[in-house]
Each structure stands twice: as structure tokens, then as C-alpha cells.
Design a protein around this ligand. Structure first.
Ligand SMILES: NC(=O)c1ccc[n+]([C@@H]2O[C@H](COP(=O)([O-])OP(=O)(O)OC[C@H]3O[C@@H](n4cnc5c(N)ncnc54)[C@H](OP(=O)(O)O)[C@@H]3O)[C@@H](O)[C@H]2O)c1
Length: 306
């Protein structure tokens, strides 16, 4: 059977075009997947298999796929990850792109593998109402920590308080980020889960306790830069406070994914980790949703439902 696939391609300077592609007969070992949900940030999808010549991925099964921004894709198993076995019927498959997927794994690995967060410590997280940050803060609360989160709107701050953050503030409206961080935790921060980077990072590093640990997860404030940002440079504060700063990618611990996803699902089912999604309907609205995410419109994971 033939299907027509819609596909967005990004030309230089973010021009988006739409192509129609006729799909041919499936090669052995591959399957044809169709989008259910799409993550705006990366080309990661929650998909359903609709034709298959691969026994590991039968028709009707659900997978997470890393492929381009397209409605239909032919993949072999290298591009596919089965979602966890026995996915509960009452939990949306879109969470496979959020709390019970890559962003959830990112939160756990940053907290456990990089920061080695301990009970009683104080954690700072920015972009705190996003897919990663909101899970970071809630897991840190489960671990018995004090959690301070910053986000870019009053609605996001209210959401963080609902999630149990000890202190949350709107970094866009505070008079001084330095004062807001000092007021939130006058004794400083043991751990900093860094999602944003740029100048705000310099201010946050100054508020770390001696021997503080920083997990560099993302640098979203610089992703749209056309010229690289310059200093102030962090070496002096790292030296004087004897800080430990480590970047990480969540795909460093693939052997832990199965157990970690089960743990995340259990927290969701028990109501210990709550999730909100910012859902945009319609594949054709993906570019606008992507721009909106970069302007901070989303509370929780920004998802396209197809
Ligand atoms: N290392 C890894 O393996 C890994 C994996 C996944 C994600 N990440 C990174 O983790 C970070 C968070 O990802 P996510 O999926 O949670 O994002 P998300 O849910 O899509 O949310 C992104 C949020 O970042 C904030 N933001 C956007 N542009 C900004 C800017 N110029 N300055 C400051 N804040 C800005 C906005 O919130 P506000 O309104 O609060 O500003 C926006 O809602 C990103 O940096 C991402 O690249 C890393």
C-alpha cells in the first residue's frame, strides 16, 4: 500500500518547506511508522507501526523513534526504541517523549549520576517548568532536598509551587537574579542543575556553596545565537569555591534506561511525579510550536499531537 508522507526540512536561516514523498514497498527488516506524538525540541517521536517486515516491531506496536520531522518514516531497528513493556492504558503514550522518556531519563541521570544529590541538600534548577526541570525538582523533593526553581512567567512559578518546589521565582521580573537566589537560599546551593547557560549561569555560580556540584544539562539561552557569547568566564569562581562542574548527555547510561523508566512510571502512577504537557494539535503547526518553545510558551513538555 502507498502512503503519502509529509516532511518538514530546515533550510539555512530556518526556512521550512513541505514535501510530499511516495513510499515504496518495504525492504526486509524495516517497518513503516506513523506519528502519534512529536517532541518539538529534537526529532523524537512516539509512533505506531503500521506496516512491518521486522518481527521485533509488529504492526500495532508502539515505539519511540529518532528521525526527521516527518509524518511517516521507514526505519530499521537502529532507529527505533520499544516503549516500556506493559505501558498502562491510562497513561498517555505522549509521556514516552516526556516524563517517562528521554527528558525523565535526563533528570534522573543528572541528579543521580552527575550531582549524586543527597538528602538534605539544596538544589537550584532553571527552566524549571520545562520537561526536564519539572521532573528534576520533583525527584529532588522525593529525595528529601530543598528545591529552588526559576522560570519565565508567573503562571510557571505558580505551577512549580503546585509541584512542591520550596521556592520558585520568575527570573524575568525579579529586580536582581543575585538577590532572588540569595533570598531563596541565603546559605547557598549544594547542587545546580543547569539547563539555560549564558549570563544567568555566571550569577548562579556565584551563589554556590564551596565544593558545590553543577550538572550542565543544557544551554538553551544560547541555541539561537548567531554569534558566540563571550565572558565573564567561570574559571575563577570554580577555582575559589572549588566547584565541580560536569556536562552530560542522557544517552551515556543506556544499560540503566529500562530500570529508570520503570521507576519514573511508578512515580507517575503513584502521583509522586506530576506531568503537564503543552500540546499543539496538527503536524502542520510544528514550526510555530517549536518557535513558541524557544520563546518559553510551554509549561511542561512541548508536544505535537498528530
Ligand atoms: N543533556 C541532555 O542529554 C539533555 C536532554 C534533554 C534536554 N536537554 C537540555 O535540557 C534543557 C531543558 O530541556 P527541556 O526539554 O526541559 O525544555 P522544554 O521543556 O522544551 O522547555 C524549554 C524552556 O527553556 C526556557 N528557555 C527557552 N529559551 C530560553 C532562553 N533564551 N533563556 C532562558 N530560558 C529559555 C523556557 O522556559 P522559561 O519560560 O522558564 O524561560 C522554555 O519553556 C535544554 O537546554 C535542553 O537542551 C539536555
Amino acid at each position: 500500500m502507498n502512503h503519502t508522507s509529509l516532511k518538514f526540512t530546515l533550510a539555512p536561516h530556518f526556512r521550512i518547506s513541505k514535501l510530499a514523498v511516495k513510499l515504496q514497498i518495504l525492504p526486509a527488516g524495516t517497518c513503516l511508522i506513523t506519528l502519534r506524538f512529536l517532541m518539538t525540541f529534537l526529532s523524537v517521536f512516539s509512533c505506531r507501526v503500521i506496516q512491518s517486515k521486522n518481527e521485533a516491531f509488529p504492526v500495532g506496536s508502539h515505539v519511540v523513534a529518532y528521525c526527521g520531522w516527518r509524518s511517516h518514516t521507514v526505519c530499521d531497528e537502529k532507529g527505533l526504541i520499544p516503549i516500556i513493556a506493559a505501558w498502562p492504558k491510562d497513561i498517555s503514550l505522549s509521556l514516552a517523549l516526556g516524563t517517562v522518556g528521554m527528558p525523565g531519563l535526563t533528570a534522573v541521570y543528572g541528579l543521580e549520576e552527575i550531582l549524586e544529590l543527597k538528602q538534605g541538600e539544596t538544589l537550584l534548577v532553571n527552566a524549571a517548568a520545562g520537561a526536564v526541570g519539572s521532573v528534576v525538582g520533583q525527584i529532588a523533593k522525593i529525595k528529601g532536598c530543598k528545591v529552588v526553581g526559576s522560570a519565565g512567567s508567573d503562571a510557571k512559578v505558580a505551577y512549580l509551587k503546585e509541584l512542591g518546589f520550596d521556592v520558585a521565582f520568575n527570573y524575568k521580573t525579579v529586580d536582581s537574579l543575585e538577590e532572588a537566589l540569595k533570598t531563596a537560599s541565603p546559605e547557598g546551593y549544594d547542587c545546580f542543575f543547569e539547563n539555560v547557560g549564558g549570563p544567568s549561569s555566571t550569577v548562579a555560580l556565584q551563589q554556590m556553596k564551596d565544593f558545590g556540584r553543577i550538572a550542565v544539562c543544557g544551554n538553551i539561552s544560547t541555541y539561537n545565537d548567531t554569534a558566540p557569547q563571550t565572558g565573564p568566564y567561570p574559571q575563577m569562581v570554580i577555582l575559589m569555591k572549588q566547584l565541580k562542574m560536569e556536562g552530560f548527555m542522557q544517552n551515556r547510561w543506556p544499560h540503566k534506561n529500562e530500570e529508570t523508566l520503570k521507576r519514573l512510571m511508578a512515580w507517575v502512577k503513584e502521583g509522586k511525579v506530576k506531568c503537564r504537557e503543552h500540546v499543539t494539535k496538527g503536524f502542520e503547526n510544528m514550526p510555530a510550536a517549536f518557535m513558541g518553545m524557544l520563546q518559553g510558551e510551554n509549561i511542561g513538555k512541548a508536544i505535537i499531537a498528530v
